[in-house]
Write a protein of this length. Structure first.
Lengths: 461, 223
């Protein structure tokens, strides 16, 4: 059970990271230890060697003052003193006869070399440990050869202690690392598991309303917050799409119902005149659905960024004047006063036809919704780096709570949808204006009704 | 007609043969190209999206070979720049799917008529019955009486006169008289036409400007 869990956890990122880090750490500390050990043994050797050379000068001085017996005494003293570690001496006369052999363990067979050599001492007993020693051979006056050996046991012990300490701390660190790694992995796994559960919940149940709890401010918290924001956006989009789907169904069903009725009437009644009238109405209904479908396609393209713009300089003053002229008679027929206050030489960079359609949709709306006797004002001025175009009227206006929503597809102020219209006109206005780097907002007109403000980046005419 | 949708092609062939047109159909770009090379047609109708070779490439190839047959482009896209691209490729007119049959028929007739008139000198005088338009003096008379038209009404009348005896649609008027390429949601064009009609027909016995329900308008001497 526990091992299965370990196996499972060992696949996680923190465990892999911990193991990798621990191996790297061990390798690195081994290298450091090796270097330290090397330096230490060199230093210890240097110390022993210095001592050996001291002995050489002390022995020489002693012999000069007290003869060879003084040297013997000195050796006796040295051996008696505890704490000096292992010492071994050998003195030979001119013919190579051993005059003195002192110290235990003792020196092995040696040949004279005028430098320090490293040798193995002869152990006292068969089973005793072999000790290494550094030996200096030198000549004293009177052709006497002296070998002095100093055991390296102390330095070996020092090095062994150091190694033990190193191994112990290494084991401790690795254990600690494993524990921490295991804990991190568990924690990490828990957090990732929460994300997995949430996504699986959404995938399986399609429940977009769930959110991740956001704790602390680590990267998991940031991820959770971002994921929540993304879910919020998706949820809104899906809701919007559902809404649009319902609305399309409603807006297409109405003309379809009328169409069906017209066709039924035509089929029942054999009279050619009635048939003809029915068919003409059918054509109108088809036209109406055609407009809805075309608008939806254009909106879809504009919003998905699939519309390739042919932007060039547009003489806005001329375009607005033309639209004013196009809509003038229509306004007059509806007993509306359409005034045009367009400054001269306004120009923008954009797609003329899309802009024309946007302005024309606003004028269509004004003519449709402003009651007879009303006023509609189309104005345009340059404001710094922007051109502001305003289409305003003294009609019923748009309630403040509808002003944000009105640009969404199929939003109609009149919930009963009695006036003809697709509910797509303003969505198209917004989409087309934004495609041309402009912005559109609704305000209240000084005339008393709605005012649509469109700002577009100006260029010099 | 180069059109890969055979149901749509059959429908168009039947509809157009009712008006006396003989329609030959090619189902892909390559077939269309070879048919257009091997036969003399009065008009090419070319769909943009075609298998093997797209419609605009077919048209460009034919134009590069020096063939001048009028071409009407049928497109399902319908963005303004597609129209520009279509006309640049050598199209003479452009119609967006789904279109009303009446719209298509009106455009075909306008193109054929334009092709027939290519040889004649630029007109300075347009006449339909007793209605006369002097393009140089920019004056309009009916039955010898001078009529006073606003500049836009003059352009509207000029376009209707040039296409006399043929149905012109609202879209065609908006494109040719106002240079606007979209469908307004209200009857703006109709209002202009009815004002023009008021000026040219109101005080005379025979009406010349007729409404064709579901299609558009026609300027015609006999009713």
């Amino acid at each position: 059970m526990f091992f299965a869990r370990i196996a499972e956890l060992s696949a996680t990122t923190p465990v892999r990271l911990t193991l990798g880090f621990l191996s790297l750490f061990t390798l690195g500390s081994l290298l450091v230890f090796g270097y330290l050990n090397h330096q230490l043994s060199a230093a210890l050797r240097g110390q022993v060697d210095a001592m050996l050379r001291d002995q050489q000068s002390i022995f020489a001085l002693q012999q000069q003052e007290h003869g060879i017996s003084g040297v013997y005494r000195l050796i006796e003293n040295d051996l008696e003193q505890k704490g000096n570690g292992v010492r071994a001496y050998r003195i030979l006369d001119r013919s190579g006869k051993v005059l003195l052999e002192a110290g235990s363990p003792s020196l092995p067979e040696l040949t004279f070399k005028p430098r320090i050599q490293e040798v193995r001492l002869v152990p006292e007993a068969e089973d005793a440990a072999v000790e290494r020693a550094r030996v200096l051979g030198f000549k004293l006056p009177g052709e006497v050869t002296v070998f002095v050996g100093v055991g390296m046991q102390q330095s070996a012990e020092l090095q062994a202690g150091l190694w033990r300490a190193f191994v112990e701390s290494e084991v401790l660190i690795i254990l600690l690392g494993l524990v921490v790694g295991y804990w991190l992995a568990k924690r990490f796994r828990g957090q990732v598991e929460a994300f997995n559960q949430l996504t699986m919940k959404i995938v399986n149940a399609g429940d977009l309303s769930s959110r991740m709890p956001v704790k602390g401010n680590d990267e998991f918290a940031v991820l959770a917050a971002n994921m929540n924001a993304m879910l919020g956006r998706i949820e809104k989009l899906v809701q919007g799409m559902r809404q649009v789907g319902d609305n399309i169904a409603h807006d297409i069903r109405t003309p379809l119902t009328r169409l069906r009725a017209d066709v039924e009437v035509a089929l029942q009644d054999g009279d050619p005149e009635t048939c003809r009238a029915s068919l003409e109405r059918v054509l109108d209904e088809v036209e109406c659905m055609h407009t809805i479908v075309n608008s939806l396609l254009a909106l879809g393209q504009a919003e998905a960024g699939g519309m390739r713009l042919k932007s060039k300089a547009v003489d806005l003053s001329a375009l607005l004047a033309e639209l004013g002229e196009l809509y003038g008679p229509s306004a007059e027929d509806n007993e509306l006063e359409l005034e045009s206050h367009v400054a001269a030489d306004l120009a923008v960079h954009g797609d003329k036809q899309l802009l024309a359609q946007a302005f024309s949709n606003l004028l269509d709306n004004a003519i449709k919704y402003v009651p007879a006797g009303g006023r509609v004002l189309l104005s345009a001025v340059r404001k710094g780096k922007q051109v502001e175009i305003v289409v305003e009227d003294n009609g019923p206006g748009i309630p403040a709570e509808m002003r944000e929503k009105i640009f969404e597809r199929f939003t109609r102020i009149d919930p009963s949808r009695t006036l003809a219209g697709s509910g797509l006109g303003l969505a198209l206005v917004k989409a087309f204006v934004e495609l041309n780097q402009g912005r559109v907002r609704i305000g209240e007109s000084t005339l008393g009704g709605a005012a649509f403000h469109i700002t577009l980046p100006a260029i010099s005419a | 007609m180069i059109e890969d949708d055979s149901a749509a092609a059959d429908f168009l062939r039947k509809g157009l043969s009712g008006f006396g047109y003989d329609v030959d159909i090619a189902h892909d770009g390559e077939q269309g190209l070879s048919k257009a090379r091997d036969n003399l047609y009065d008009l090419w109708m070319i769909d943009v999206m075609l298998p093997k070779l797209d419609g605009l490439s077919v048209l460009r190839t034919l134009r590069d070979e020096g063939r001048q047959t009028p071409a009407l482009i049928l497109s399902a896209c319908g963005q303004v720049d597609d129209r520009v691209e279509g006309l640049r490729a050598g199209g003479d007119d452009y119609i967006v799917k789904p279109y009303a049959f009446a719209e298509l028929q009106a455009r075909i007739e306008a193109l054929m008529r334009r092709a027939r008139n290519v040889e004649t000198l630029p007109e300075t005088m347009l006449e339909v019955a007793d209605l006369k338009v002097d393009l140089i003096k920019r004056s309009v008379t009916r039955d010898g009486q001078e009529l006073f038209l606003k500049p836009r009404e003059f352009r509207l009348l000029e376009y209707l006169m040039r296409n006399a005896e043929q149905v012109v649609t609202r879209t065609m008027l908006l494109e040719n008289v106002w240079d606007l390429y979209f469908d307004p949601q209200t009857n703006v064009v109709d209002v202009h036409v009815s004002r023009l009609r008021f000026k040219i027909d109101k005080y005379f016995d025979t009406p010349l400007l007729h409404t064709v329900r579901g299609a558009g308008y026609v300027l015609r001497a006999d009713s």
